[in-house]
Design a protein around this ligand. Structure first.
Ligand code: BV8
Length: 237
């Protein structure tokens, strides 16, 4: 708490756990019902899977897009969005593609892995905002080429400049708050040891301890409960 009370500049890094209380399966703990939750994301979220079977990959994404579309932001998303006005300088860096941070009002956001509400023409690489369900799967661009999700798949580079901006902001912040991520995916996970190397306090909010928890201020609990508690504490001081 003290760290945040004094902080002028705060960066928040989120993963799938911040959306768990909105009913969105995380990657590791997906106990979801139905066909699609039995698929391993690492097998489907790859360019190889897409070129081998674009229809299967698109059906999986359309299922995930539908889950995200019908879900609502939870208190964790809302607190993070409100922190844009609480701190002098604030940045959200998210690994999530579900769009719930944006629907909760977050604007100062870097989406490291793209967005499930956007698609990209596989010929022109032009990006289109397509939040609604497609009638036809796989969907096609007007130019006749297939769309792909505008999402960073395993083995693909992150959006140009995304990590550089995140590193730059983290190296100058007063606190990094890490919410609902296993830190299993790189290069996003590198942001935490980078902050620790700079001697920046890292507050970790997760339902379980992780690899860096011995070096972070670890707050065990659900993001949708811990963040509102933390925010109320900041109000009371
Ligand atoms: C790349 C979009 C190279 C897809 C995603 C070392 C360095 C660099 C790369 C690598 C490396 N080692 C390996 C790699 C390759 C790979 C990688 O990291 N593999 C892992 C599996 C080892 N990385 C890549 O491929 C990246 N690209 O490196 O390119 C390159 C360089 C030059 C030229 C060409 C290529 C691209 C990675 C991006 C992949 N795309 N997402 C989609 O979503 O469909 S990653 C995807 O998985 C998510 O976006 C997310 O980032 C990740 C899962 O992580 P989490 O979000 O943390 O989710 P998880 O389920 O794991 O954990 C949930 C956590 O929440 C848990 O800790 C749980 O306890 C907690 N929790 C649960 N409930 C709650 C909660 N916490 C709080 N409250 C709750 N209620």
């Amino acid at each position: 708490m003290k760290v945040l009370l004094k902080a002028q500049s705060v960066v928040v890094l989120t993963g799938a756990g911040v959306s768990a209380e909105s009913g969105i399966d995380t990657f590791r703990d997906s106990k979801g019902s139905g066909l699609w939750s039995r698929y391993n994301p690492q097998e489907l979220a790859t360019p190889q899977a897409f070129s081998a079977d674009p229809e299967l990959v698109w059906k999986w994404y359309e299922w995930r897009r539908d889950r995200a579309r019908t879900a609502s932001p939870n208190p964790a998303h809302r607190v993070i969005s409100s922190w844009e006005n609480r701190f002098k300088s604030f940045l959200l860096v998210s690994q999530n593609v579900d769009g719930l941070h944006q629907r909760a009002g977050s604007k100062k956001i870097i989406c490291l892995h793209g967005s499930a509400t956007e698609v990209r023409c596989t010929r022109s690489t032009k990006v289109f905002l397509k939040p609604d369900a497609f009638e036809q799967i796989p969907p096609y661009c007007l130019c006749g080429s297939m769309f792909r999700p505008n999402i960073v798949w395993f083995g693909e580079s992150l959006p140009p400049g995304a990590m550089e901006s995140a590193y730059e902001r983290i190296s100058n912040c007063d606190a990094l708050v890490v919410v609902g991520t296993s830190l299993a995916v790189y290069p996003a996970a590198n942001l935490v040891p980078t902050a620790l190397q700079y001697g920046i306090p890292v507050i970790e909010i997760n339902v379980e301890a992780g690899d860096f928890s011995s070096r972070t201020i670890s707050l065990l609990g659900k993001a949708g409960e811990v963040l509102p508690d933390l925010d109320r504490g900041l109000d009371e001081h």
